[in-house]
Design a binder for this molecule. Structure first.
Ligand code: FAD
Length: 387
């Protein structure tokens, strides 16, 4: 067992950290106030070649593993960019995993280089207002007409749709009840044609810089050449990417927690009340120390899940456990950071209230704590399926 980062991994963290250092607290505070995609940050990461960290080398990527991608995402988030920074690049870094694994060579040649170079932005179109977490009940239909499909339906919470040129879209090609439940959905990667898709931004709790949206799709034409793999197997293709995605979200949550803890420790060291730094009081020290322990434990969980995935070993339980624990650990660190700052924790200029708002996100998406615990109860503890 070797718990040390390799020289290459340390170099990745340093190089990504150097880019992030150009985008300080004031940049992210302004983005959080005003909104607007952090295009200059995105470009800086793209130009340095980091979007392709886990993409195959034959299409211009670096061909590294999820362990390295997670390290990069933790570094971005921990820089203070939080989920505003991480979500801006998340889709390019990993969202096209189903394309990497299941698309044809011709499709990969068409789609991967622009995503790796940052020329194309894509959004991930799965969640629907009526289906919720029950993805097998998606209602958006893709009806075949000769060499193309016509898509009709609604999606919700689709992040980056305001700026994306492409959408990875899961839609129904066979009605519910016609055969195996997991076999009615197909996966497409296609142009987000705004003449056929109305995109309405949702006003939300945090991460204003990276939009999330309702999509009203009416007659979107999708060429057959934009279907990934076989018709009807889209759900399976999406599932394949879920474990590594949980690892990346875990790393992003831990990074945010580390950013919050650093701010809180710095504040506790210099804020004088009762003629001493507040950080001299155990009532302030102990919660901060406990949060550090949480973040370290979460890091080990996600690194182990990443290692298993990169070794092509099963990692469902570990990736889910990491996502559950890291999201909670990140949130607790942000909450403690706000409380450590007293009244100033509530002021935007001290940044930790922004972190706390963002820390809700990895608890909810891409899957909720309840569903993760149900998965572990069923698959690890062999209890009856509850849903
Ligand atoms: C900021 C943000 C960005 C997002 N970005 C994207 C994106 O880019 N693309 C995309 O496709 N989606 C995206 N999502 C959607 C996200 O993945 C979903 O919100 C999430 O999966 C939860 O689904 P839901 O909101 O439909 O919750 P629901 O399914 O309505 O669930 C509501 C609550 O009920 C609980 N619940 C439901 N069924 C059970 C059960 N059987 N047992 C116990 N509890 C249960 C859930 O755990 C949850 O707490 C985003 C969400 C947010 C908030």
């Amino acid at each position: 067992m070797n718990f040390e980062l390799s020289d290459d991994q340390s170099a990745i963290a340093r190089a990504v950290g150097d880019i992030c250092a150009r985008f300080g607290d004031d940049y992210w505070l302004r983005k959080d106030r005003e909104g607007g995609f952090p295009e200059d940050f995105y470009r800086a990461i793209a130009e340095a070649g980091w979007l392709g960290i886990a993409m195959p080398t034959e299409y211009g990527g670096a061909g590294l593993g999820i362990a390295e991608a997670a390290l990069m995402m933790e570094t971005i988030s921990a820089s203070g960019a939080g989920f505003s920074g991480a979500s801006a690049v998340h889709m390019n870094v990993f969202g096209l995993h189903p394309v990497v694994v299941f698309a044809s060579d011709e499709q990969k040649r068409r789609w991967l280089p622009p995503i790796i170079q940052g020329e194309t932005k894509a959004c991930f179109g799965v969640t629907e207002p009526d289906a919720g977490l029950n993805t097998l009940k998606l209602k958006t239909t893709a009806t075949r007409h000769g060499d193309h499909y016509v898509v009709k339906g609604q999606k919700i919470w689709i992040s980056t749709a305001q700026v994306a040129q492409k959408i990875l879209l899961l839609a129904r090609t066979a009605p519910v009840g016609s055969g195996k439940p997991s076999h009615g959905l197909s996966l497409f990667y296609t142009d987000l044609d705004r003449s056929k898709v109305e995109i309405r931004e949702i006003e939300k709790h945090g991460r204003k810089a990276v939009d999330s949206n309702q999509l009203f799709i009416d007659g979107l034409i999708v060429p057959e050449a934009d279907r990934i793999g076989e018709e009807g197997r889209g759900f399976e293709y999406i599932l394949h990417g879920m474990n590594p995605e949980r690892v990346l979200i875990s790393a992003e949550a831990i990074g945010l927690g580390r950013a919050a803890l650093a701010k809180a420790a710095a504040y506790a060291g210099q804020r004088m009340v009762f003629d001493r730094p507040i950080g001299q009081n155990q009532g302030i020290q102990h919660p901060l120390a406990e949060r550090w322990v949480d973040l370290e434990a979460g890091t080990l969980l996600y690194q182990r899940a990443a290692w298993l995935y990169d070794q092509h070993k099963p990692c469902g339980a570990e990736a889910n456990a990491a996502k559950f624990f890291c999201a909670e650990a990140g949130y607790r660190a942000c909450e403690t950071a706000v409380l450590t700052h007293g009244g100033m924790g509530y002021a935007k200029e001290y940044h930790v209230e922004r972190y706390l708002r963002e820390a809700m996100l990895p608890r909810i998406a891409p899957v909720t704590p309840q569903l993760i615990l149900s998965f572990i109860a069923e698959r690890v503890l062999h209890l009856p399926k509850s849903y």
